[in-house]
Design a protein around this ligand. Structure first.
Ligand SMILES: [Zn+2]
Length: 340
């Protein structure tokens, strides 16, 4: 099969790899209908995370079940499925509490790679959710978004307790931040402020439900949020970047008693204890338990109540994965969809 492999920073190649097979009775093998490039794929691509290459790439996927192991009970070949970036049993105590990304048996799908024609998905019964029928082609990007960026933005909005009467601020105008806007809107937030200085992203944020755009960052950005909220700060802040600056911006933009939902994978973030202590904010986040939200998100997408697939502004054949990475790295694209 053809698959994207990262050899060194900046060096993504699509090459032949062995077809995955059923290795454990709980596995499924799927034929990938669509995959995509994640903001977190850019960390190793940029050399910020060490590349232990050659490494298969990709952890977002939708596809059709090709084969299932002997212990798989809920899936059969031919079904269209959506999964998430951590395989989970969905039965342990952590999963049942809604934290499937921290399942005691979690397997990172990114280590297996889904930017490929085929993918082995461990713990298939717990991980994959089948759609009611094979979806129309134009629903595929939205369902693919559910597998990570939408699910992550949704978790961030839930963790930040976005809801009616709340002002929600969103730090980060990448795909996750933009879908955090969509989620906050669906959850009934009254006012949604997005930090962005890119016109096309501001436009999409407004279409997803943002009511205000703030171009300033850091403490200037925080001051603008205070201006908009009678000096108090937002009730709910979504952090979708993962840098020191973005995390502190999120905490400082939140009013005492408010909630920060952080989902940007942190890189060298250190929160000063005394500032955290006196902030009086709730912090909740981490790797999003996308599996918790998949049934609801699939339903909203299939009923065409939300259209998260609009975050994909570059649609390429898998063989052009290198260009897909470059375009996102150079911020020419918000998010690249890859079709095997
Ligand atoms: Zn579990």
């Amino acid at each position: 099969m053809r698959a994207a492999v990262l050899h060194a920073p900046g060096d993504v190649r699509v090459e032949d790899r062995p077809d995955p097979t059923i290795e454990k009775p709980t596995d499924a093998v799927i034929r990938v209908t669509a995959a995509c490039v994640c903001g977190s794929d850019l960390w190793p691509y940029r050399g910020i995370e060490e590349v232990d290459g050659p490494a298969p790439m990709g952890h977002e996927y939708v596809g059709v079940v090709e084969e299932v192991g002997s212990d798989v009970r809920t899936l059969e070949p031919g079904q269209f499925v959506v999964g998430s970036f951590f395989a989970s049993d969905n039965t342990c105590e952590i999963c049942r509490a809604g934290y499937q990304s921290r399942c005691v048996n979690a397997v990172p799908v990114g280590a297996l790679g889904t930017q490929a024609e085929l993918a082995r998905i461990p713990l298939a019964d717990g991980t994959l959710v089948a759609t009611p029928e094979v979806p129309a082609d134009d629903l595929v990007p939205g369902l693919l978004a559910a597998s990570d960026v939408l699910g992550t933005g949704w978790f961030a909005a839930v963790a930040a307790e976005a809801g009616p009467g709340r002002t929600v601020a969103v730090v980060g105008d990448g795909a996750v931040g933009l879908l955090g806007v969509l989620a906050a809107r669906q959850l009934g937030a009254e006012r949604i402020v997005v930090f962005s200085r890119h016109e096309s992203r501001q436009q999409l944020a407004r279409e997803f439900g943002a009511t205000d755009v703030v171009a300033e960052r850091g403490d200037e950005g925080v001051a603008r949020i205070k201006d908009l909220t009678d000096g108090l700060g937002a009730h709910s802040v979504i952090e979708a970047v993962g840098t020191q600056e973005s995390m502190m911006q999120a905490i400082r933009a939140t009013r005492p008693g408010g909630h920060v939902g952080y989902v940007g994978v942190t890189h060298d973030v250190a929160i000063p204890g005394e500032e955290l202590f006196f902030s009086g904010v709730h912090l909740h986040g981490g790797p999003a338990p996308v599996r918790r939200f998949l049934p609801e998100l699939i339903d909203l997408i299939c009923k065409r109540e939300i259209d998260p697939g609009r975050v994909f502004d570059l649609d390429l054949p898998l063989d052009q994965a290198a260009e897909g990475y470059r375009a996102m790295d150079e911020r020419r694209a918000i998010k690249t969809l890859l079709r095997p």
